[in-house]
Write a protein that binds this ligand. Structure first.
Ligand SMILES: [Zn+2]
Length: 409
């Protein structure tokens, strides 16, 4: 009902068409999504009593017990997705450290310019200047980088000349790869003798901004902050410095290559809560898309929209236009389907002598051929006219105004 009010669709429009037009999942799918989020939260909390129930539900038991009664969350979830292989790989949170006691490193950047505004040579120069200014007798220069590609996820860090590489769980994000490289670098530095200056270069701005947050919920970032804190307590001066990637700065290029190659890499297969949540969200989207793929034609909106994703063009400046667009895409307008409400016969086109449909008006009706030509809509299919192209949608509204069709829809 809320979707019908929001999209302005008629009551004759089918509910699944409204949902796809609005980019909103059906309620049973939304339930999957929410339960996935909840399960991802609970299984990382060893004090939560639900954790054992969710993790120990067996395939065998669930069929016997819940024949006639509603199935509990853990059973429903285990029917949807089998996480058995993932349970041993959870990266559980370490002991929380009071954030007000944590000492932060210094955050710097070699240049205030952005990567696209200056030449790589300028960054190389800035890097050399920075190193000359900050490198003292007893300094450690480190680089960290992470990479995610179709071949896998890798992390690398370099402390002076010593390179270490890791191969991560394929579910890890590129952010996790960057953060893990930083964490391993800091953990290795703990065993080094005290240095006046530890310079750690990274090309990840998002990692640096997460490291600056006082209350970060990502357990990887929390552990990085604690590792930094311990290094500083030992008497080291730690600086985390941003450098642009792919600008020919030797150390950065080396770790970048190492993170992509994984040769002789150590395996680290634990999964963080953020990555597990992202994986479950992705599975939910796949399931939702399969549902839409299996909806049988005839279905007018399916001819236009084959994805369940929300379309940007559905949002317009005028609500009136949003309603019209939604009605056109669903194929139910006042002009074509008003007869259902008035209990009369379907409307006929006087010029072409055929039943009026949205497709007929926009693509075929000879009455509007000239106006279609004027706005370059003449050779387009219905899929192209009502698709997610902002320019075509603007032309479509000009066509509708010019042909006086707008108030009739
Ligand atoms: Zn016609």
């Amino acid at each position: 009902m809320a979707l019908r009010i929001a999209t302005g669709a008629f009551k004759s429009s089918r509910i699944e068409n409204l949902q796809v037009d609005a980019g909103e999942p059906p309620l049973n799918f939304r339930r999957y999504y929410l339960s996935g989020n909840y399960v991802a939260k609970v299984i990382y909390n060893i004090n939560n009593p639900m954790r054992d129930i969710i993790m120990n539900i067996s395939k065998h038991g669930r069929d016997l017990i819940f024949v006639n009664s509603p199935k509990p969350l853990a059973v429903r979830f285990s029917e949807w997705i089998d996480l058995k292989n993932i349970y041993p790989l959870l990266r559980l949170p370490s002991c929380p450290y009071p954030p007000w006691q944590i000492r932060f490193p210094q955050f710097e950047k070699i240049s205030a310019s952005t990567k696209h505004s200056v030449l790589p040579q300028e960054f190389q120069l800035k890097y050399c200047e920075y190193i000359n200014k900050n490198r003292q007798n007893n300094s450690l220069v480190c680089f960290t980088d992470g990479s995610k590609s179709c071949r896998g996820v890798g992390s690398a860090h370099k402390i002076n000349q010593e390179m270490s590489t890791y191969r991560l769980n394929p579910l890890s994000s590129s952010f996790t790869a960057e953060a893990f490289a930083m964490e391993m670098c800091l953990n290795n530095l703990i065993n080094h003798p005290i240095a006046d200056n530890i310079l750690i270069f990274t090309d990840s701005k998002s990692l640096i901004s997460s490291m600056q947050q006082l209350f970060c919920r990502n357990i990887l970032i929390h552990d990085i902050q604690v590792a930094c804190h311990k290094l500083i307590l030992k008497g080291n001066n730690v600086k985390i410095i941003w450098i642009p990637s792919h600008c020919g700065i030797a150390g950065n290029e080396e770790v970048d290559k190492a993170a992509q190659s994984f040769t002789n890499a150590q395996i680290y297969s634990l999964i963080t809560p953020v990555d597990l949540k992202a994986f479950l969200k992705n599975e939910f989207k796949k399931k939702w898309q399969i549902w839409w793929d299996n909806i049988q034609p005839p279905n007018k909106i399916k001819e236009i929209k084959d994805t369940v994703k929300e379309w940007q063009t559905s949002n317009r400046n005028l609500r009136k236009e949003e309603i019209i667009l939604s009605r056109l895409r669903i194929g139910h307008t006042r002009l074509t389907h008003g007869f259902l409400m008035e209990r009369t016969d379907p409307p006929q086109c006087e010029v072409c002598n055929t039943t009026i449909t949205v497709k007929h008006i926009l693509c075929h009706c000879t009455k509007y051929t000239q106006i279609r030509l004027k706005y370059n809509l003449n050779n387009l299919q219905i899929k192209d006219i009502l698709g997610d192209n902002p320019r075509t949608i603007d032309l479509l509204f000009k066509f509708l105004k010019d042909s006086n069709l707008l108030p009739k829809l």
